[in-house]
Each structure stands twice: as C-alpha cells, then as structure tokens.
Design a protein. Structure first.
Length: 254
C-alpha cells in the first residue's frame, strides 16, 4: 500500500529527508541524467530528484499513483503533476526517454504490471531508473523514513522483474550506508560513514539504485495499451437497435 503523499512531502522537509535527497540524488545522477531534449517521467514520489536529473530535458512529468495522492509540482509555474493509475498511464506508446521510479516499486500492488507499463511508454533504447529499499539494509527495518515501508527488493528480484518486462540492467549503485538513527541524530558523523560505507559495506546499503535499458529484441514481452470503452453509448444505433432487428426479422424466413 502506498504511503500518503503528505507523509512523503513532510519527510523530505526534515533534516534527515534533506540528507536522503542529497545521497540518493547523487546515486541516481551517477547512473543516469537526462540528455538534452529528452522527455523525463518521474513516477511515485520522484519530485525531490527531478530538477537535479532533468537538466536540459525537453519536459518533465511527475505522475503520482492514485493510492498515494498528488501534490502540485513544481512550486512555481505550470503544474507538471498528474494523479494516475499505475497500470494505465495517460501517455502514448514510446513517448518518454527516461523514467525514474522513487517510492514506487516497493508500494505497488502489481509491480510486474507497473514495469510493463513503463516499457510501453518508453521509447526504443529508453532508460528506466529504479530506487528500491534493499532487503539486507537497516533502512528497510526502520519506519522513520519512507524506505521502511512496503516491500524491499534484492538485486535478483529486480532482475526478474526486468527480464519479464523486456529490460536489461546496465548499471547498479547503492546509497544510505549508515543506519537511519545515525543519519537523524549525528548528521556530520553520518556524512563520513556514508563515504566509508560506499566501499566498505555496499551490500547492506539502505537503497539499491539501478538503471535498465528497454530491449527491442524479438521475443521481449510488450504490454498492450488497454482500450477504454466510452462511458456512455446510445441505446439504439442504426442497424443495431430495434429498427435493425425488425429489418432482419423481415428478411429471415419464418
């Protein structure tokens, strides 16, 4: 179940939340940053990271799932946010170059469908960045941050999701290598330990970050966009209503 958007917003307004934004934001930027003219989609609660990653992107969109709720973003200028259903995004096929999922995959009730929908909206060669709580990390065992809620993932589980949807992982990195209690109570010490933990104990990081590329080889599964039926339809139509039935009865032998 998704966390409420207000809880997510309030966390990033705290000092630990600002530290998480810096550490995780740097990890994502090391994996993938938008190239000039690209279209960028953030899904879940990715707004704390979008401006840093988008750069010279042609446009930035922030989609938030219905189970979470939505807040307006960016604070100034036209809004780029939308409240959406995760298995039916209001985007045409191959319309996005870079998709970033933060606070999304661990809360999703249907992660395979979510990744399949990302494949549909990504252009050929498009990149998918996922930030997921690490199953081995302490952050997944503490509820003082959003990463302590939902389902944590191992690298093997993420690879399985990618394989099913037609993605191939290209690069991995980690972030949040100190316990969340230290991040909150001793921010200066946490900064030093974070650098040590990057090389000392990456397997026990708080989050796993990965960038995967959309494969276009034959045999990769593609998700078809659902066709939505019109909400209202005339009860009688030429050839299909009462008049149509009368005409057929006149022609059919008794």
């Amino acid at each position: 179940m998704y966390l409420d958007v207000i809880e997510l917003r309030d966390f990033y307004a705290t000092l630990p939340g600002q530290a998480v934004r810096r550490k995780v934001g740097q990890a994502i930027a090391d994996l993938a940053a938008a190239r000039s003219g690209e279209r960028v989609l953030g899904f879940g609660f990715a707004t704390p990271y979008l401006h840093r990653l988008a750069g010279d992107a042609e446009r930035e969109l922030a989609f938030m799932p219905a189970g979470q709720g939505v807040i307006d973003w960016p604070p100034a200028g036209p809004s780029s946010t939308a409240l959406v259903e995760e298995d039916s995004l209001p985007l045409s096929d191959a319309s996005v170059d870079l998709a970033i999922l933060v606070h999304a995959i661990e809360y999703s009730p249907q992660p395979a469908e979510l990744i399949g929908e990302m494949r549909r909206v990504l252009a050929s060669g498009g990149r998918l960045v996922i930030v997921a709580p690490n199953r081995r990390g302490l952050w997944a065992r503490s509820d003082i941050s959003p990463f302590g809620h939902g389902r944590p993932y191992s690298r093997g589980q993420l690879r399985a999701l990618f394989a099913e949807a037609g993605f191939e992982a290209e690069a991995w990195t980690t972030a949040l290598h100190v316990p969340p209690a230290i991040m909150r109570s001793m921010p200066r010490t946490a900064g030093v330990l974070e650098k040590v933990g990057t090389t000392g104990w990456p397997a026990f990081s708080g989050v796993t970050c990965v960038v995967a590329c959309k494969r276009t080889i034959e045999g990769a599964r593609a998700r078809a966009r659902p066709v939505l039926a019109p909400a209202l339809q005339p009860a009688l139509q030429p050839g299909n209503g009462a008049m149509g039935r009368s005409s057929r009865q006149a022609q059919d032998p008794i």
